[in-house]
Design a protein around this ligand. Structure first.
Ligand code: HEM
Length: 197
């Protein structure tokens, strides 16, 4: 892995990469929807739950970078300083936060069904739940098998996929229709269109 790097820089690099993913997902979403005013697809309490899920996931990822910073992969060189916190404690906090995020996702999915929300938000929340489960399995396996690099790499990929999934859930709570096109006026006589009607 990396050598001679400050663990805070490694953590900051991961978080900045997640910020870039945010820009990419929002841009992708904006490119495939209209420019009309945003219209909520679910009520405000449901949207608030989605924001709590987003904030909880951001915290989970941030604490994940602390686990790496305090553990053996924060630069992988004997001279590299580790973030001075107990690795087991922060890994436990990280795993607990993962369970909180899984519970919030499940709660959101049930609430969306209870309020008979459109198919989009329900499908995005289900997708996130499935990716979270896969990531949780990878997390526990890497924890109990002393962090093989290949699993740590997969765990980082999973984190990126989860953040994409969380953003897609938040963005699915509203839609932006196309702006109504202006009604065209009558074709001018002499216009090539006038003779084709
Ligand atoms: C399910 C949602 C989860 C997410 C989004 C997530 C995310 C992350 C992130 C972003 C990192 C830091 C990557 C880096 O800075 O290079 C990390 C590290 C880590 N995570 Fe998770 N994680 C999740 C679940 C879990 C679970 C359930 C465990 C079980 C204990 C776990 C164990 C670890 C460990 C041991 C590390 C440190 C790996 C290393 O040495 O680099 N994670 N996680």
């Amino acid at each position: 892995m990396l050598t001679g790097l400050n663990p805070y820089v490694v953590a900051g690099h991961f978080l900045l990469s997640s910020a870039l993913i945010t820009v990419a997902v929002v841009t992708w979403q904006r490119a495939r929807e209209g420019d009309g005013a945003a219209r909520a697809l679910v009520g405000q309490p449901v949207r608030q739950l989605a924001w709590v899920l987003t904030a909880g996931s951001a915290l989970l990822i941030a604490v994940g970078t602390m686990v790496t910073g305090a553990g053996p992969h924060a630069g992988d060189s004997a001279e590299v300083h580790r973030i001075p916190i107990d690795w087991k404690t922060v890994a436990q906090l990280h795993a607990d936060l993962a369970w909180v995020v899984v519970a919030l996702t499940l709660a959101l999915w049930f609430v969306l069904r209870a309020v008979d929300a459109p198919a989009g938000p329900k499908a995005r929340t289900r997708d996130l739940f499935l990716v979270l489960l896969a990531q949780g399995v990878i997390g526990y396996v890497q924890y109990f098998t002393h962090l093989p690099e290949v699993l740590v790499g997969l765990h980082m990929l999973g984190s990126a996929l989860i953040w994409i999934g969380v953003l897609r859930v938040a963005l699915s709570m509203r839609e932006r229709p196309s702006e109504q096109p202006g009604i065209p006026g009558p074709a001018q006589s002499g216009s090539p269109l006038a003779s084709t009607v």
